[in-house]
Design a protein around this ligand. Structure first.
Ligand SMILES: NC(=O)c1ccc[n+]([C@@H]2O[C@H](COP(=O)([O-])OP(=O)(O)OC[C@H]3O[C@@H](n4cnc5c(N)ncnc54)[C@H](OP(=O)(O)O)[C@@H]3O)[C@@H](O)[C@H]2O)c1
Length: 239
């Protein structure tokens, strides 16, 4: 395993906040060149202010042209991490299905658009890492579409590992993680709204974005790992 990532090119889709930002920060700390992409220029600029040398681009995983443009300026890529993905809670019988369908489409077809745009650039030993989640293994009431969508990305890693070897494909499956995502879902108290839920976990707390990033760095750096999903969930899927 390389302890350093000097001269390696990492691309993080969804790299301006939360888990993606933690991955961008960790890869920069190991000396990689890191290109962080997301939809919002202001968030990207704030990320660049916090991580010296971070390169930023506006791109939307739901817009294939913007993903193609993002990779068109690169001559080679070592690792890609995809954090982009949104959350929609609700009963399968409520809300227009299109609102739920979008959550599935962006994770499955959005991830595949990234692979199609970047695959030819991946250098030997390189990899893609997708983001799964707790609700893949442990269905959570109201989070049915997320469970289907994250399970699809975990399976996407396995099938692409087979289809497109020797390029490596893996996934990380976080449990509830302390990130800005929860501020949109629970505007009053963000991730702290989950504290009652986390008390039953084997390790009774939220995961940190840095802990998820550690797993992503392992998946990037260990060249024997492919088709793997690493769970970083404080044991939540076992209870
Ligand atoms: N936090 C958790 O508890 C948890 C648990 C399991 C799985 N996950 C999954 O892990 C991933 C990251 O979660 P997070 O908690 O770090 O979320 P977050 O704090 O909301 O950060 C999401 C990042 O992705 C970007 N993004 C969102 N939609 C995008 C799009 N369409 N195209 C490009 N970039 C986009 C956001 O920036 P812009 O808004 O500027 O685009 C931001 O940089 C998500 O897929 C989430 O579902 C999270």
């Amino acid at each position: 395993m390389n302890e350093h990532m000097n001269e390696q090119q990492i691309v993080v889709i969804g790299g301006s906040e939360g888990i993606g930002f933690a991955v961008a920060k960790a890869a920069r700390a190991l000396g990689a060149r890191v290109l962080a992409a997301s939809r919002t220029k202001g968030k990207l600029e704030a990320a660049r202010d916090k991580v010296s040398g971070l390169e930023i681009r506006v791109a939307d995983i739901n817009n294939p042209a913007s993903i193609k443009e993002l990779f068109s300026e690169l001559s080679g890529v070592d690792h890609v991490y995809i954090a982009a993905g949104s959350f929609k809670a609700g009963s399968p019988l409520d809300n227009p299905l299109s609102e739920f369908r979008h959550r599935f489409d962006e994770r499955l077809w959005g991830s595949l658009e990234v692979v199609r745009a970047a695959h030819h650039l991946i250098r030997p030993g390189g990899s893609f890492t997708f983001t799964g989640g707790l609700s893949s293994d442990h269905p959570i009431r109201g989070q049915w579409v997320n469970g289907i969508a994250t399970l699809a990305t975990e399976q996407l890693a396995r099938v692409l590992a087979l289809e497109l070897a020797p390029v490596r494909f893996n996934a990380v499956a976080p449990g509830p993680t302390d990130t800005p995502m929860w501020n949109h879902i629970f505007p009053e108290n963000g991730a702290q709204a989950l504290s009652a839920f986390t008390t039953k976990f084997l390790i009774p707390r939220l995961v940190t974005a840095d802990e998820v990033a550690q797993a992503v760095m392992l998946l990037m750096q260990n060249e024997a790992m492919t088709g793997e999903t690493i769970h970083i969930d404080c044991g939540a899927r076992l209870v």
